[in-house]
Design a protein around this ligand. Structure first.
Ligand code: DAH
Length: 349
């Protein structure tokens, strides 16, 4: 009787070890049969009472062995079935199907224009300098010969940081990248030859033509014996590189607190070849930048000997140039990040 029971369990172990379910369903049946809540091992364990005491332990161990065999087999079969599922999926793969198209990003017209301007000046030895967008009153105004009572402060409607009144010590959003001039002069002895691109802010009504945030590129060159003629030649080179070899420039006298003398520079209209169009308002000229010889007061305020050194500076807006280059009629489009707009600049510049 006892030996029969032992044989039954041994037969079950053999059956477990040689089980070969062909699919997930049969595997589940295997699990239920040997490891489910009503599995076939349980009643065998109940037979232990019919076993003589000396062999009870041996029998218990054998039934346990059967259970472990079932667990091990289940693991093994599961792994096998998973593997074959992957194999099936692989045979269903269509390796000749066309790939997903790769969507390329594009440069924002502002970035493209700015990079192009910076590149032109880098080729003649200018290096990029940067400064913070949150600036203090001194770097944005005072150092640039624009003391507190100076009327030129009204030329630029300034955003002050919360808790600050206009005046010494105020924190503000820089109104021009000219603030980088002051930073560079304070930290670097001449010769200085920098180009400073960046974002600036002014409290202006937003319209198709103006925005409260925009971008500028500032240039500064300081060394011994730098002359107005050097400035003219540098800017002439820039204009031709930017707008074509036939571009002409003209300088009109102007006023900026930080330069003396100061000028505004126009380039011959590259849209209509100076014949007259709505971009140049039928004058043949478009205004591009402000410039001038650095005022000795600025040099002295920033710790540079104005007897020994002279220099020129210039500053230009990016948006208007980008609008002309890309034929964009509303400045607001450039800050909305609508991909339908941005996508159009894939292949330009
Ligand atoms: N900072 C001036 C502006 O925002 C532009 C400018 C004019 C910069 C003349 C200069 C300069 O460096 O010399 O309107």
């Amino acid at each position: 009787m006892a030996e029969q029971l032992f044989d039954k369990v041994r037969a079950m172990i053999t059956a477990i070890q040689s089980a070969a379910p062909a699919n997930a369903e049969e595997l589940e049946q295997f699990r239920i049969r040997y490891l489910g809540s009503k599995n076939e091992l349980k009643p065998l364990m109940g037979e232990i009472r019919n076993i003589v005491n000396e062999r009870k332990k041996e029998f218990g161990q054998l039934v346990n062995e059967a259970k472990q065999a079932a667990e091990a087999k289940l693991e093994e079969l599961r792994a096998q079935l998973d593997g074959s599922a992957v194999a099936v999926a692989a045979t269903e793969l269509d390796l000749s199907a066309p790939g997903e198209p790769l969507v390329l990003g594009s440069r924002h017209p502002i970035a493209a224009t700015m990079n192009r301007i910076v590149g032109i000046f880098e080729r003649i030895g200018f290096v990029v300098a940067e400064g913070p967008e949150i600036e203090d009153d001194w770097h944005n105004f005072t150092a640039l010969n624009t003391p507190e009572d100076h009327p030129a402060r009204d030329m630029q409607d300034t955003y002050y940081l919360k808790g600050y009144e206009p005046g010494a010590g105020a924190q503000l959003l820089r109104t021009h990248t000219s603030s980088v001039q002051a930073r560079t002069m304070k930290s670097t002895p001449p010769p200085i030859r920098i180009i400073a691109p960046g974002r600036v802010y002014r409290n202006e009504t937003i319209s198709a033509r103006s925005h409260a945030q925009f971008h500028q590129v500032e240039g500064l060159y300081i060394d011994e014996k730098v002359s107005f003629a050097d400035m003219q030649q540098t800017l002439f080179y820039f204009a031709r590189e930017m707008y074509g070899a036939n571009t002409r420039i003209r300088l009109r006298p102007s006023y900026f607190p930080f330069t003396e003398p100061s000028a505004e520079m126009d380039v011959s209209c590259f849209i209509c070849n100076a014949e007259g169009c709505n971009i140049c308002k039928y004058t043949g000229w478009v205004e591009i930048l402000g410039c001038g010889m650095v005022d000795p007061n600025v040099l002295e305020e920033c710790g540079i000997d104005s007897e020994k050194y002279t220099g020129f500076a210039f500053g230009m807006g990016i948006e208007r140039q980008a609008m002309m280059l890309y034929n964009i009629t509303d400045i607001r489009l450039m800050f909305e990040n609508d991909v339908r707009f941005l996508k159009q600049f894939n292949s330009v510049i």
